[in-house]
Design a protein around this ligand. Sequence first.
Ligand code: PNS
Length: 169
Amino acid sequence: MADQNGGVAICPGSYDPVTYGHLDIIARASRVFDTVVVGVVNQPVRKPTTLFTAQERRDFLLQATEKLANVKVDVFDTLLVDFARKHGAGALVKGLRAISDFEYEFEMNQLNRKLAADIESVYLMASPEYSFLSSSGIKELATFGAEIEDLVPPYVAEALHDRLSRDAK
Ligand code: PNS
């Protein structure tokens, strides 16, 4: 993509944990932008606790994106727009599933735009097969021992079952 920032985009999120829905958006973004930096929020303000540490969430993403040559993974502890500037990014890429995502993303868009009007937010519609998928839904399924193998990478499914499965306790 031709822009002054060389086509660097950030795919930000908590990724607690990464799902095939996230990976679909990251892979599609990697075909549009020269470089994609997956930004893992260390301590999300609106989600005070995470199931996995930032290091664990980052490691899952590193493994899941290892075949995507133009995708990097980095953890951040700052405002998203400052993280974007650090990487020279001109765009923030987010996935949109349903109308329910719109309100939250609209607010984030206005906040980020107020802080940095030159960094554009770009939205990719979720692929239909992942339009119902969320990290919190996956955690709920894993807690009750449901099959999640077609929704998250195998090592994530294993970690979720280890940490959450009520049968394992
Ligand atoms: O929905 P997520 O995955 O928790 O999204 C996290 C993020 C950083 C993409 C979202 O909170 C956002 O766009 N925040 C903008 C305001 C900001 O920079 N907050 C600091 C990091 S929480």
